[in-house]
Ligand binder design. Structure first.
Ligand code: MSP
Length: 648
């Protein structure tokens, strides 16, 4: 029977670049929490997704020469993108929202209108500094030496029409919510919010923009797009079906049990989000938890710091479960933590290879060596020797639960590892290899092994939220052990004649020095750009001079039917007769973009037929690969050069 519904969310990611291990941190934590709640018997809804609007995305798409939609599609659904990463990391989300999804966009328009009709959104003037050539508004603090941070030119005082949300109206209620309830945790974040943002005075928030278009349009005032944070925050409700018909889960899952968010976005979640919900008379989420950052060398992580922070590389080298475990075992969730390869490797070696891995393999190997497939049922307890281990294993679930309920993943894991260490010590104390030598001690030996297997069962069961694949593997080595929540609070669930299955080491020990050297090598910046190797064979000057290079003007250019490679050019080569050339560059250019351009052709190659059409010559282009992708640029000449001019 379900213990009730539980709704948990992660921040939805900006697909402005590929994700790094810091982004993975919060999603892994949320996944562990969701799995923990499922293990306990809750009906869990775990939401994640992507936050795809805004100027940053529009700018990046422009830089990449694609539409914003193409740009985000590639990072979200493309190879090695967000969806692939969550699959790799074994993230058990129940729903994935993209803020470009139609149902979400339509819902945001309705929500914006509702707040407007209520009088909580009003039209006003946004005042700032304006850079005319860049058509950009800046705030005083964004200026560099009083000038435009983009182009360095003078800026002017200017005003832009914009919509504002009456955040100031909710200041007292928000202050009360933060100071007098457990809405925001850890507590240290409350002081930060109250002192830095609320006490100095909450100003109304500008919630529309007219300087770019990649956003949800304000349907009753074209030209304005909804501020990206309003669009983003409401994902938590539209993904349940709020103001749309796609889902019908609002009554079952709202208010959310917890939003996990990084510390820099606590302000949006603990001030702006509840104020907007208050405006719409909606229930507030039960909790916002602001976790710390993973730092690299004490600073913020970014993809540009190299491969060390690439979750794909780390998961490939160390395994997904080891990486998930490391993230939650090594850093207290509420504070910042310093990521390093040394820490990652030593955590794997100490906790996983030595403590957990050894316990499992030694116990299973001894059970098989001394008794074959099954333990004998004739077993002899020894209270003096057993009671401490049994008490610790039996009491573990309660201690673990207390920590998990406080989102203290590190402490919950520490509790499990105390028991694992105790079990390893229990092996040494009981020296099964000595008991094995004396036939009369075999009932005692069987009990020792049983106690160990049962301890392994409880520990591995409680590790399921962190290392789902490893726990499942351990369950099968214990003959398909019960790892249900109820069973994990009881010692003695395995049958006395438990059957075990041997297997390879769960976590082979890593050679620290070798691995660090390998990682160092991998994180050396590799040039993104690769060029063709130079030809070794020399060509004599006279032969080279025989090639006739001419400037040609594109009169017409068309795709060749049934070919996704070929473009057919009609060219003015200065002779008065059109020249036709076919070129396999359709994947790099749209025909209409080339009309009127001045290109370079070799004109004295023998004509050839391509797809039944004659090609008289070849167009010159520059080729290279970038991040493994083939790139091609036609050689374009100054348009002042007349058609037919010889190039020499
Ligand atoms: N799109 C917003 C969230 C909107 S939620 C309604 C956003 N996206 S983000 O991609 O920039 O960041 C997503 C999350 O990753 C944030 O919670 C952020 O704190 C977290 N992290 C990014 N780098 C991080 C670390 N180095 N360490 C831990 N978490 C970090 O913000």
């Amino acid at each position: 029977m379900s213990k009730g519904n539980y709704y948990i969310t992660t921040p939805i990611y900006y697909p402005s670049a590929k994700l790094h291990i810091g982004h993975t941190y919060c999603t892994v934590a949320t996944d562990a929490m969701a799995r923990y709640k499922r293990l306990q018997g809750y009906n869990v809804k775990f939401l994640t997704g992507t936050d795809e609007h805004g100027q940053k995305i529009e700018d990046k798409a422009k830089e990449a020469g694609v539409t914003p939609q193409e740009f985000v599609d590639n990072i979200v659904t493309g190879e090695g993108g967000v969806l692939d990463l969550w699959k790799l990391m074994n993230i058990s989300y129940d729903r994935f929202i993209r803020t470009t999804d139609d149902y979400h966009v339509a819902a945001i328009q309705k929500i914006f209108k509702k707040m407007y009709e209520k009088g909580d959104i009003y039209k006003g003037k946004y005042t700032g500094k304006y850079c005319k050539p860049c058509e950009s508004f800046w705030t005083e603090s964004q200026l560099v030496d009083g000038k435009c941070p983009d182009c360095g030119r003078e800026v002017q005082d200017a005003q832009e029409e914009a919509y504002f949300f009456r955040l100031s109206k909710y200041a007292d209620r928000i202050c009360d919510l933060l100071e007098n309830t457990d809405f925001l945790e850890p507590r240290s974040r409350v002081h930060e919010m109250v002192n830095n943002f609320i006490k100095p005075g909450l100003e109304d928030l500008c919630v529309s923009r007219t300087s770019f278009t990649w956003g949800v349009p304000v349907d009753f005032d074209p030209g304005h797009v909804v501020y990206v944070w309003i669009d983003a925050l409401f994902n938590y409700m539209t993904a349940l079906g709020f103001e749309n018909d796609k889902y019908q889960d609002v009554s079952d899952f709202w208010p959310a049990d917890v939003h996990f968010v990084g510390k820099e976005i606590v302000r949006f979640h603990s001030i702006i989000w509840p104020a907007m919900l208050m405006s719409l008379d909606l229930p507030l989420p039960k909790k916002v938890y602001g976790h710390g950052w993973l730092l690299l060398d004490g600073g913020k992580m970014s993809k540009s710091k190299g491969n060390v922070v690439d979750p794909y590389i780390l998961a490939e080298r160390f395994g997904v479960d080891a990486l998930r475990f490391f993230l939650l075992r090594s850093f207290p969730f509420g504070s910042d933590g310093n990521f390093s390869n040394e820490l990652l490797i030593s955590t794997i070696n100490t906790d996983l290879a030595n403590d957990l891995g050894n316990l499992v393999s030694r116990t299973v190997a001894m059970a098989q060596k001394y008794f074959g497939e099954k333990l004998p049922e004739n077993q002899e307890a020894d209270d003096g020797m057993d009671s401490e281990l049994l008490e610790m294993a039996t009491g573990l679930r309660a201690k673990y639960q207390e920590q998990m309920d406080a989102y203290a993943f590190q402490n919950a894991l520490a509790e499990v590892f105390k028991v694992i260490s105790r079990a390893n010590k229990y092996i040494d104390e009981n020296a099964p290899w000595v008991l094995a030598k004396d036939e009369t001690k075999h009932p005692r030996l069987a009990k020792v092994l049983y106690n160990l297997l049962e301890t392994v069962r409880i520990c591995a069961g409680l590790l399921t939220p962190f290392m789902p694949a490893t726990s499942a593997e351990i369950a099968s080595r214990l003959g398909g052990a019960d790892m249900s929540w109820d069973s994990l609070g009881v010692f003695g669930v395995l049958r006395a004649d438990v059957a075990t299955v041997n297997g390879p080491a769960l976590f082979p020990r890593i050679d620290m020095e070798k691995e660090l050297a390998a990682l160092e090598e991998l994180s050396k910046p590799v040039s993104d750009i690769q060029i063709e190797p130079y030809a070794e064979e020399a060509v004599d000057f006279d032969t080279f001079c025989k090639s006739d290079f001419r400037a040609v003007k594109v009169k017409d250019c068309q795709n060749v039917k049934k070919s996704d490679k070929l473009l057919q050019f009609t060219l003015d080569d200065g002779t008065g007769t059109d020249r036709q050339i076919l070129s396999g560059i359709a994947k790099f250019y749209k025909p209409e973009d080339l009309i009127g351009k001045t290109l370079v052709a070799i004109t004295n190659l023998p004509p050839r037929k391509l797809m039944g059409r004659e090609s008289c010559g070849m167009l010159l282009s520059a080729v290279h690969t970038e991040k493994g992708e083939e790139k091609l640029n036609l050689i374009m000449l100054d348009d002042a050069i007349p058609a037919g001019a010889k190039l020499c």
